[in-house]
Design a protein around this ligand. Structure first.
Ligand code: HEC
Length: 122
C-alpha cells in the first residue's frame, strides 16, 4: 500500500467525515497551532505579521466553505507530508524534517479544528 492510501485508510478509520465530530478543545488547538503551524501560517492574533507570505493564514482558510475537509486532511496536502507523521504509515522521506515533526492523532486534529472555528468571521 502506498503512503497516500495508507494515510487515507488511517484517516477513514479515525475521522469518518459523515460521523458527528467529537468536540475539540480550542485552547489546546491554539497551543498546537502556535507550536507547529505558526512558523509558516499566520495563526489568528498570535503572529499577525508572521508566517510565510505565500502560505494562507488560518483565518483565511477558516472562511472557506470546505475548511473542515482541508483541516481534516491537511497532513496529506503538500507541503505537510514532509514533517507531519501519521502513526503506522511510512515516512515520505528519510531526510530530516525541516521543522519540528507533528504527529497526527484524532484528538489533535479535533483540537486544531475547534481552534480554527474560533477564527471564522462572526
Ligand atoms: C513548513 C511550512 C508549513 C507548516 C509548518 C504548516 N503548513 Fe500548512 N500550509 C503550508 C503551505 C505552503 C500551504 C499552501 C499549500 C498550497 O496552497 O499548495 C499550506 C496549506 C495548509 C492548509 C490548506 C490546505 C489546502 O490544500 O488547501 C491547511 C488546512 C494547513 N496548511 C494546515 C496546517 C496545520 C494544521 C499546520 C500545523 C499543524 C500547518 N499547516 C503547518 C505550509 C505549512
Amino acid at each position: 500500500m502506498n503512503r497516500s492510501a495508507a494515510a487515507a485508510l488511517v484517516l477513514g478509520l479515525m475521522l469518518p467525515l459523515s460521523a458527528p465530530r467529537a468536540q475539540g478543545d480550542a485552547a489546546a488547538g491554539r497551543r498546537l497551532a502556535v507550536q507547529h503551524c505558526a512558523r509558516c501560517h499566520v495563526v489568528g492574533d498570535h503572529n499577525p505579521y508572521g508566517g510565510i507570505g505565500s502560505t494562507p493564514s488560518f483565518q483565511l482558510l477558516a472562511r472557506r466553505a470546505d475548511y473542515l475537509e482541508r483541516f481534516q486532511t491537511f497532513f496529506e496536502r503538500r507541503p505537510h507530508p514532509v514533517y507531519v507523521r501519521v502513526p503506522d504509515t511510512p515516512r515520505l522521506t528519510d531526510l530530516p524534517s525541516p521543522v519540528a515533526e507533528f504527529t497526527v492523532t484524532p484528538r489533535n486534529i479535533e483540537d486544531l479544528i475547534a481552534f480554527v472555528e474560533t477564527l471564522k468571521p462572526k
